[in-house]
Design a binder for this molecule. Structure first.
Ligand code: PEP
Length: 256
């Protein structure tokens, strides 16, 4: 954790979830009420088809709703895409950009990710910018070089601690049950912190850096306690309210 920074526990539902899963959103919206929600922010990014109804369900809750991606333009001839403005219009407050599945499946480069983050800012959304090394890059000891390149390539100049969150997600840890060691995560996060401070000054000191990749109720307490880990981006374990709330709940102990 970073002193004086409010952690964010965020869920990415990916291409999972139909209307029947809204019962999970409802349970999450109810489960995050209470004193802990003042210390820890929560967010679920369901598929675009559920954003509007999810925000309606979470109206009286601190649970925030966001998108999983946005186009870099505000509108236009881009069949199948949605804009940041459309997410904001559905009362979403965040959008994930540059997830490794977008980078791989859709060929998104750092440049595109940076434009998407800028579009999110223009629409008043907070961008969660995902970065992380592949297994090959890790094995070649290139992790820190990759992180540096992705931070500077994917963050727009207008990034601040309020409108931008970094999510460090080693690609090989996503959906595999594997995680880096606590020491490796600490090294990566402290490196990213130093780079952010060098580039963004005080904003970089306060910018949240999430860890993502196989975060589960069983490992969350250990992972979230690491220096400069300011929350989690959770895939599989965010689909069920019970697991998501258990991960959020580890902050009872960490913030006591
Ligand atoms: C993710 O997709 O952002 C992710 C971290 O997935 P999982 O938690 O399932 O590894």
């Amino acid at each position: 954790m970073t002193p004086d920074v409010r952690p964010l526990v965020a869920g990415n539902w990916k291409m999972n979830g139909t209307r029947e899963c809204l019962t999970e959103i409802k349970a999450m919206a109810e489960g995050v009420q209470g004193a802990l929600s003042e210390k820890v922010e929560t967010l679920i990014c369901p598929p675009a088809t559920l954003i509007y109804v999810a925000t309606a369900l979470a109206t009286d809750s601190p649970l925030q709703i966001g998108g999983q991606d946005c186009h870099q333009k505000a509108s236009g001839a881009h069949t199948g895409d949605i804009s940041a403005e459309m997410i904001a219009d559905c009362f979403g407050t965040y959008v994930i950009v540059g997830h490794s599945e977008r980078r791989t499946d859709h060929g998104e480069t750092d440049h595109i990710v940076r434009d998407k983050a800028a579009a999110a800012h223009d629409a008043g959304l907070t961008a969660i910018v995902c970065i992380g090394e592949t297994a090959d890059q890790r094995d070649a000891y290139e992790t820190l070089d990759v992180l540096k390149r992705q931070i500077f390539g994917s963050l727009p100049p207008g990034a601040t601690a309020e409108n931008t969150v970094i999510a460090y997600e080693p690609v090989w840890a996503i959906g595999t049950g594997l995680t880096p060691t606590a020491t490796d995560i600490a090294v990566a996060h402290s490196f990213m912190r130093a780079e952010l401070v060098e580039f963004f000054g005080d904003e970089g000191r306060r910018m949240r850096i999430l860890y993502g990749g196989s975060v589960k109720p069983a490992n969350a307490a250990e992972l979230m306690a690491i220096d400069n880990v300011d929350g989690a981006l959770i895939g599989g374990a965010s689909l069920k309210a019970k697991d998501f709330l258990a991960i959020y709940g580890v902050y009872e102990g960490l913030t006591a």
